[in-house]
Design a protein around this ligand. Structure first.
Ligand code: DC
Length: 227
């Protein structure tokens, strides 16, 4: 029996780099456990999209933070709306992904999104994915996973995904963009993407999605038994 008093609503934090598949794994784990799911990257993407819709510059920290704080967003069964418009496709574009990585560098923006992220912690539990779920947003998460894959594997997976959607891209360019984003996300001053000491490493380079989901579930079961 652990003597630490835990928050009554468990959180599984899954952090990792872009295109690692953490979102897919988080969704499937949440489905298996009947938990809620937070895709925190979507909030940074929505902030970048709102900035482009409202003409706020990506280096205007105060303007971006104001947008982030007042995001008029609605999450309903697999669908995201911003200011009443369905934006699932728009926030997944590479341009918005790069914009999200830029706005995410600002402390005021991160602060503005913090409380909103924590509202997703609802019974019976939450699976949250991002970069700082285990370090900043839910430091008391009962299970922290650092989910990664080699940059080549991630670029190939993203390439296949985009091609299947009929979006033509050059693999080499994707690889360069991923490397650039990895570097920005890992070297920024605030909440950089790094594996925390208390996070379990899950390298999916040679794994299927189903195997990665099982890995998380097995570790969650171990934590539950211990508590
Ligand atoms: O997970 P994603 O690719 O949708 O995230 C988009 C960007 O948002 C990513 O480049 C970094 C940023 N981000 C962040 O800084 N912190 C998070 N918790 C989630 C995403």
């Amino acid at each position: 029996m652990n003597s630490i008093i835990r928050h009554p609503i468990p959180v599984i934090a899954i952090d990792g780099p872009s295109a690692s598949g953490k979102g897919t794994v988080a969704d499937l784990v949440a489905q298996r456990l009947g938990f809620h799911c937070l895709d925190s990257g979507a909030l940074y993407r929505l902030t970048a999209l709102a900035a482009s819709m409202k003409g706020v510059a990506l280096d205007d920290e105060t303007g971006l933070a104001r947008l982030a704080l007042n995001l008029d967003v609605e999450f309903t069964a697999g669908c995201v709306s911003l200011m009443g418009q369905v934006v699932d496709e728009a926030i997944r574009s590479e341009v918005i992904g790069v914009g999200a990585s830029r706005v995410a560098q600002y402390g005021e923006v991160r602060k503005a999104l913090l409380a909103r992220q924590r509202t997703f912690r609802q019974a019976p539990g939450l699976v949250a994915d991002g970069r700082d779920m285990g370090s900043v947003v839910f430091p008391d998460a009962c299970l922290k996973i650092y989910l990664t894959a080699s940059v080549d594997v991630r670029a190939e997976r993203r390439y296949k995904q985009l091609m299947e959607k009929g979006i033509h891209v050059i693999l080499h360019n994707l690889l360069d963009e991923l490397r650039e984003r990895d570097l920005r996300d890992a070297t920024r001053q605030l909440a950089p993407l790094i594996q925390q000491a208390d996070a379990v490493l899950l390298d999916t380079s040679q794994m299927t999605i189903a195997e990665a989901v099982e890995f998380v579930l097995v570790h969650y079961e171990k934590v539950r038994v211990r508590e």
